[in-house]
Ligand binder design. Structure first.
Ligand code: NAD
Length: 349
């Protein structure tokens, strides 16, 4: 393995911290990309990695992504990410979570955690017994915070509507055909919001029964997970995995709009160019999917009630419109325009 400084995903991260606690079998990484705007905020992922190097790559990429996401959301926080290297069964014990909480505490508030893949509200409660630098905890009615999924779904819904306005000239999702890849917390929430406005839905999930249940409830169709990205639709909305937009999948797209909640949708920066070359309107993922981090960051800062979260979610369409306008004016892709704006905001422009 090359040295950390030579890794392709190392981007002058302020700190990359490796933790181990043999008593609880904890092995974890906390990557702090930037604290230019405030403490580095970003969730913790618990995952079984084939190689430890893959966990380092994930921590480096995801923490940089959080710097961009938080800056573009107008939040007074930087970007960071926690990664817990789990065994194949993804074992998670109270002792391990406590040790991870102490690891966060040792950083003295430079990193604030929240939910990510493999970590739920109860895990954050356990971590919160060891450190106060934690968000995404259960909150009282009307307060900011708790499960970030519904806020992410609402932000994506507003962003999809902005894209529909931009590309199709329509003010409502009524009758607009949206194909959603992955109907979990974000994709499922998005489907409900779109159905409420009369959109036509096509849903797909590797858990086919899950897609079928939701389609039956909301009145949509389902297709095989392998077919959703090439569905003929007004909008394709990736809400499952990252790296789904590749040379091959982009060539097969039959939609004028790609706008969804998944993180890191573009497999490579060139895939943003490919979308642009096909004249497909793309909503940069970390701009449209910032609702969850807005919700939990306001919770951590003790600044918010739901009304404040919703006011900030309503700013997502305007941000996308600014990016698309700049993209049209400069000829640069929406993804590159967003990256440039984010870099300037974190003092690296
Ligand atoms: P989730 O686990 O609740 O749902 C994901 C769904 O996608 C599951 O139903 C899963 O079966 C399905 N899926 C997995 N692979 C698939 C495939 N190849 N084709 C079709 N379906 C597939 O997760 P989530 O919280 O809804 O997150 C979805 C995406 O949004 C992830 O990329 C996540 O990183 C991103 N995201 C989530 C949040 C949040 O607040 N939850 C915030 C920002 C970004």
């Amino acid at each position: 393995m090359p040295s950390l400084w030579d890794l392709p995903d190392f981007d002058a991260h302020e700190g990359v911290h490796f933790f181990s606690d043999p008593a609880s079998d904890l092995r974890a990484i906390i990557a702090i990309h930037s604290t230019h705007l405030g403490p580095a905020a970003g969730g913790t992922r618990l995952w079984h990695y084939a190689e430890a190097g893959d966990a380092v790559t994930d921590a480096l990429r995801l923490s940089r992504g959080m710097s961009f996401k938080n800056a573009m959301a107008g939040l007074p926080v930087g970007g960071g990410k926690g990664v817990i290297l789990a065994d194949a069964a993804r074992t998670k014990t109270p002792a391990m979570l406590a040790a991870f909480g102490r690891a966060i505490e040792s950083l003295g508030g430079r990193y604030v955690t929240a939910e990510d893949v493999g970590m739920g509200e109860a895990d954050l409660v356990a971590i919160g017994r060891e450190t106060r630098h934690v968000s995404g905890l259960p909150v009282g009615e009307g307060r900011a915070g708790g499960d970030p999924g519904p806020s992410t779904a609402m932000g994506v819904f507003l962003g999809v509507k902005a894209a529909i306005r931009q590309a199709l000239g329509k003010d409502s999702a009524q009758g607009v055909h949206v194909a959603i890849q992955g109907v979990g917390s974000v994709g499922g929430g998005l489907a409900r919001l779109l159905a409420g406005e009369g959109a036509r839905l096509t849903l797909a999930d590797v858990d086919r029964a899950r897609a079928e249940r939701l389609a039956a409830e909301l009145g949509g169709a389902t297709v095989d997970a392998a077919e959703i990205l090439s569905a003929e639709a007004d909008v394709v909305s990736p809400c499952a995995l990252g790296a789904v937009l590749t040379a091959e999948s982009i060539a097969a797209l039959r939609t004028p709009i790609v706008a969804g909640g998944a993180n890191n949708q573009l497999a490579t920066p060139e895939d943003g160019d490919r979308l642009h070359a096909r004249n497909i309107l793309y909503a940069p993922d970390y701009v449209i999917n910032a609702g969850g981090i807005i919700n939990v960051t306001l919770e951590y800062l003790g600044q918010g009630d739901r009304a404040e979260v919703e006011a900030r979610l309503r700013q997502i369409p305007g941000r996308l419109e600014t990016i698309w306008a700049e993209s049209a004016a400069s000829g640069d892709t929406a993804a590159r325009v967003a990256d440039r704006m984010a870099m300037a905001l974190i003092g690296r422009g």
